[in-house]
Design a protein around this ligand. Structure first.
Ligand SMILES: Nc1nc2c(ncn2[C@@H]2O[C@H](COP(=O)(O)OP(=O)(O)OP(=O)(O)O)[C@@H](O)[C@H]2O)c(=O)[nH]1
Ligand SMILES: [Mg+2]
Length: 392
């Protein structure tokens, strides 16, 4: 155990001995903040030891989004990667078959249902990069195996697929979620709604738009521990101690995740138990998808869920010369631009051509988002999946 680990232990022992109430809350805040800082320090050092940035695997992100497979050894991560992508990652019965990051590319977009009733498939969908990483094990952050590097890949993901083995999934999900949490990865959580305006003098002032459970002096103490001396702090949520510390800590990432249960084919004889589990499964996280990577069960549902979670949006360019329906029917190859939810037409324009930006004054849109076909709108219009556009 290194020195930092010992310091953390000592603080934890102190906290375990102290009852938590209003009078000790401020002290608890300070101790929790100290631990958060020590953990960040520890993580930093591990990364340096691993040599260089990029987490040691030296991997580049490609495509429209990056999805990372997370799960204990032998849960079937590589098998799943091979089914979803063009990759060929070795699989085997023993643990730690995969020892570095194996990338694969999944080309996917869901079919679109047109107002005419027609179903249209894209000629080319989104390029979704999927990364198969070595099985995550506990204590990874403290330097076990290549855990630190795995964590750095996880931190850069747009979406995590957390995989558990059928029958053991609850325990595995719990342990993985725990390990990720300990390492600053927040799953399916929104960023703390805490705003800090640094000021030149006047100490720490606290304002809130929601009633707070935490005392103002606790909030100020935590802020001080993170080196904030003069600031206005505005809390827009009823904060907990955890989320308050997250707001100040520098190494937190917020990543969406889907939970997968793999190898459901092994459970086919236990159909009843499986149904029970589904109906009464209150302790399973929401949005669990049951699959068999090997037998290819549930993979279509999975692809669609991945698409939905990534919040990708397809925009189709129409050329001014052929405004009438080459998109519906016909044999034209339809290739969408892959954009992101919340983007606007100006982002589409910037993607298409930087030179065009000057010349164009407005856009015409069809389909989703258009009040009528060919509606003229401004560049500030938010895009929607399936929107067709031409710039004029
Ligand atoms: N029955 C069944 N077996 C599976 C399924 N998916 C994977 N397996 C088997 O489980 C074993 C482990 O699969 P891998 O894909 O190598 O697992 P991994 O998660 O990549 O393992 P590591 O690389 O060691 O972390 C192999 O023997 C696979 O054939 C499945 O859906 N059903
Ligand atoms: Mg593997």
């Amino acid at each position: 155990m290194d020195n930092v680990e010992e310091q953390i232990k000592a603080i934890e022992i102190g906290m375990a001995k102290t009852p938590y109430h209003k009078a000790t809350q401020k002290w608890f805040g300070k101790m929790r903040a100290k631990i958060a800082k020590l953990r960040a320090q520890q993580a930093d050092r591990q990364v340096k030891k691993g040599g260089g940035g990029g987490g040691g695997f030296g991997l580049k992100k490609f495509g429209d989004a990056t999805v990372v497979l997370v799960g204990f050894p032998s849960v079937g991560k590589s098998t799943l990667l091979n089914k979803l992508t063009n990759a060929n990652s070795p699989t085997a019965e023993y643990a730690f078959t995969t020892v570095s990051v194996i990338p694969g590319m999944m080309n996917y977009s869901p079919p679109r249902y047109m107002s005419s009733g027609e179903v249209v498939n894209d000629y080319n969908g989104a390029q979704i990069q999927i990364l198969d990483v070595p099985g995550l094990i506990e204590g990874a952050a403290r330097g076990a195996g290549r855990g630190r590097e795995v964590l750095s890949v996880v931190r850069s993901a747009d979406l995590l697929l957390i995989i558990g083995e059928a029958g053991k999934e609850k325990e595995e999900f719990r342990r993985i979620a725990n390990e990720l949490y300990e390492n600053g990865v927040r799953i399916n959580e929104i960023r703390p709604q805490v705003v800090v305006h640094k000021t030149l003098r006047g100490g720490i002032k606290i304002n809130f738009t929601r009633p707070q459970e935490l005392l103002c002096e606790t909030i100020a103490e935590v802020a001080k521990e993170f080196g904030i001396v003069n600031a206005e702090i505005i809390l827009k949520e009823n904060s907990t101690m955890e989320r308050l510390i997250d707001a100040f800590a520098t190494n937190r990432v917020y990543v969406p995740a889907l939970y997968l249960v793999n190898k459901v084919d092994k459970q086919q004889g236990k159909q009843v138990a499986y149904l029970d589990h589904l109906e009464g499964g209150t302790d399973s996280p929401p949005g669990v998808i049951r699959i068999s990577a090997e037998k290819e069960i549930g993979l279509d549902e999975l692809r669609e869920a991945v698409w939905n979670q990534l919040r990708l949006v397809r925009v189709y360019l129409r050329s001014t010369e052929s405004l009438s329906g080459h998109l519906e029917g016909g044999s034209t190859k339809i290739e969408p631009l892959i954009m992101h939810e919340g983007q606007k037409l100006k982002d589409v324009l910037a993607t298409v051509s930087r030179e065009m930006v000057q010349d164009k004054k407005a856009a015409k849109i069809w389909g989703p988002g258009a009040r009528f076909p060919g509606q003229t709108v401004s560049f500030e219009t938010q895009i929607q999946d399936g929107m067709e556009v031409t710039f004029i």
